[in-house]
Design a protein around this ligand. Structure first.
Ligand code: ADP
Ligand code: UDP
Length: 237
């Protein structure tokens, strides 16, 4: 099924697929990085957890009509997706103040954000993924103003669906990062991953952090946390 390694990133390898130029295999790695690659470690099992959690999340979103690249999980660490041309934006949605927002604008951590705050960052490792505004996004990508609005609307729909999904497993969706891409038909679809690497999730009962902040802030055993999230999601179906 998978053919040639097309790209190796910090968290995944991307492979072409034999006999289907419009598909890719995403292979999830055990590596963890934080602070723009400055902090690095390897965790046995992380690729499996993120692949299986992201597959469940995309399946759920597909059932609720969110167009995405996701086709199916192939095995524990790999999934088959539609090839897209990634729009170089990190679309961040925030329901509660945390992380860089707290550092940047001095708001207290845990402040509820209603309506949610959407941010665009320019996906560019050399520049450290800087925060940009809509005009910068129009300048730096091939998207139109209407398409940027469409991306924001899709991000808010994903937020509504995922807030409910995670609430069902006693997790508060604090914030998350999405990527969108354009498929062969020119449609903008949700791409990349949704996992505890790319979301902040706080345990509703204990308030504990249940995401990559455990690694960023040395709060405990990251794989126990990821295992708990997968188990809770698996118990839903
Ligand atoms: P990074 O590039 O930030 O280190 P990863 O290690 O997760 O990230 O690498 C996966 C790469 O695959 C990312 O650059 C991501 O934008 C890209 N990608 C995700 N989904 C698709 C897709 N459907 N088509 C093409 N590229 C994709
Ligand atoms: N995020 C991500 N990849 C990035 C930057 C952010 O997945 O390159 C996610 C991060 O895990 C969090 C949300 O986006 O869920 C908001 O991150 P923030 O801007 O607060 O950055 P950080 O505190 O991680 O520097």
């Amino acid at each position: 099924m998978k053919d040639q390694l097309l790209y190796e990133g910090k968290a995944k390898q991307v492979f072409t697929v034999q006999d289907d130029e419009n598909a890719l295999v995403l292979s999830y790695k055990n590596d963890a990085t934080a602070f723009n690659g400055e902090k690095k470690a390897e965790f046995q099992g992380k690729g499996r957890y993120n692949n299986l959690i992201s597959a469940r999340v995309f399946d759920h979103l597909k059932k609720h009509g969110v167009p995405s690249h996701f086709k199916k999980a192939l095995n524990d660490t790999e999934q088959l997706v539609e090839k897209t041309t990634i729009i170089p934006l990190e679309v961040i949605v925030r329901n509660v103040a945390a992380g860089s927002l707290v550092r940047r604008i001095g708001i207290s951590e845990k402040t509820e954000l209603n309506p949610p705050v959407i941010e665009f960052c320019y996906k560019n490792d050399e520049l450290g993924d800087p925060l940009i505004n809509d005009d910068h996004a129009l300048l730096l990508t091939d998207t139109s103003g209407d398409e940027l609005d469409q991306i924001k609307q899709m991000a808010l729909t994903v937020n509504q669906r995922l807030q409910i999904l995670f609430q069902e497993v006693d997790l508060q969706l604090v914030d998350f990062k999405l990527e969108f891409g354009r498929n062969a038909a020119g449609e903008i679809v949700l791409s990349d991953e949704v996992s505890p690497d790319t979301c902040r999730l706080w345990d509703v009962k204990t308030g504990e952090k249940m995401d990559k902040d455990v690694f960023r802030e040395d709060l405990g055993d990251l794989m126990t946390v990821y295992e708990t999230i997968l188990q809770r999601l698996e118990a839903l179906s």
